[in-house]
Design a protein. Structure first.
Length: 317
């Protein structure tokens, strides 16, 4: 079955609208995720600049983070445990150090934070992996040092799978500065050679290349990952980059095409950025509830029992 089975959770962001949800709203959204087969949730980042998902002493002291009124890490872990899902913890993005070339400061801050996270949440049964939130589109020597230092530390704290979700330097975002397929392959061969034994899973974002070129990129990404012992997922973006606003839910015909292309390339798992905003019947975007229903219909066409998902969709009106 071609199915999205994972999603990012994005509540500390800078380019999409907040839900303003509390525990009850998050609980019903986890139910909606489970009803369409999602078994993995990934906190895209535990903090960004001065905003955080839990009251971290490390971030408060070193970054002056604003008060946290609801511990979202605990909330997401509880919901993941209730729904039988795996939870991946996403690292902190300073928005400052690594983008200014201060790579060791970024790594050191995240290592101290990871110590705090494991002490606080490390024994939770849903805590099944790590996500390094720093995204790149090509080989970057400085970020390689962050990945190497941080991944080794995370592995030593809690030996769980570690994954990354890079983007492709494609024409939709970069125009004439985009990398060709050959340039992309050469650059990522170098990246994966450096990450051998440190990172377990790679899930390339699929939205920056044209739909016509996507199958070739997916196939090469899968081949590259396999050559370096990495598990290959695909981050099937459920928002659109093809309209002049940031960012509406995607056309389901495009979503289906991308899922089918990733499945044809042989990836091991389809995840999305991001269910709650762009694919949920409870989203702040009305088009998302239609996308949810179209996805249920697509799953039913493959033999999936969509009764629970349809009931949740109806109840969300």
């Amino acid at each position: 079955m071609i199915q999205l089975t994972g999603t990012f959770l994005d509540e500390v962001t800078h380019d999409i609208a907040p839900h303003n949800w509390g525990p009850a709203e998050w609980a019903r959204d986890f139910d909606a995720m489970r009803a369409v087969g999602i078994d993995t949730v990934v906190l895209i980042r535990c903090g960004y600049r001065r905003r955080a998902t839990f009251e971290s002493a490390v971030l408060r002291e070193r970054m002056g983070t604003y008060p946290v009124y609801l511990d979202l890490v605990d909330l997401f872990l509880r919901q993941a445990e209730r729904c039988g899902m795996a939870f991946y913890f996403g690292t902190y993005d300073s928005g400052t150090f690594w983008t200014a070339g201060r790579y060791q400061e970024e790594a050191d801050l995240n290592k101290a934070l990871a110590d705090e996270v494991v002490e606080r949440y490390g024994d939770r049964p849903a805590f099944r992996g790590w996500y390094i939130s720093h995204e790149i589109d090509a080989y970057d020597e400085g970020v390689m040092t962050v990945y190497e230092d941080l991944a080794a530390h995370l592995r030593g704290l809690k030996d769980q799978p570690i994954f990354i979700s890079p983007y492709i330097r494609g024409v939709k975002q970069f125009g004439d500065a985009a990398l060709s397929l050959g340039e992309h392959v050469r650059s990522w061969a170098d990246v994966f050679a450096r990450l051998d034994g440190l990172v377990d899973v790679v899930a390339f974002q699929d939205g920056n290349v044209s739909l016509g070129d996507l199958p070739e990129f997916l196939a090469e990404n899968r081949r590259l990952a396999a050559a370096h012992g990495l598990t290959s997922w695909s981050n099937v973006e459920s928002f659109s980059r093809d309209v002049p606003i940031k960012f509406p839910p995607i056309d389901h015909r495009v979503l289906r095409y991308k899922m089918e292309a990733a499945a044809a390339a042989g990836v091991d798992k389809l995840i999305t950025f991001e269910f709650s905003h762009f694919l949920s019947p409870h989203s702040v975007y009305p088009a998302a509830r239609n996308l949810y229903l179209r996805q249920v219909e697509f799953l039913e066409s493959q033999g999936f029992d969509g009764a629970d998902a349809r009931a949740l969709h109806a109840a969300a009106r």
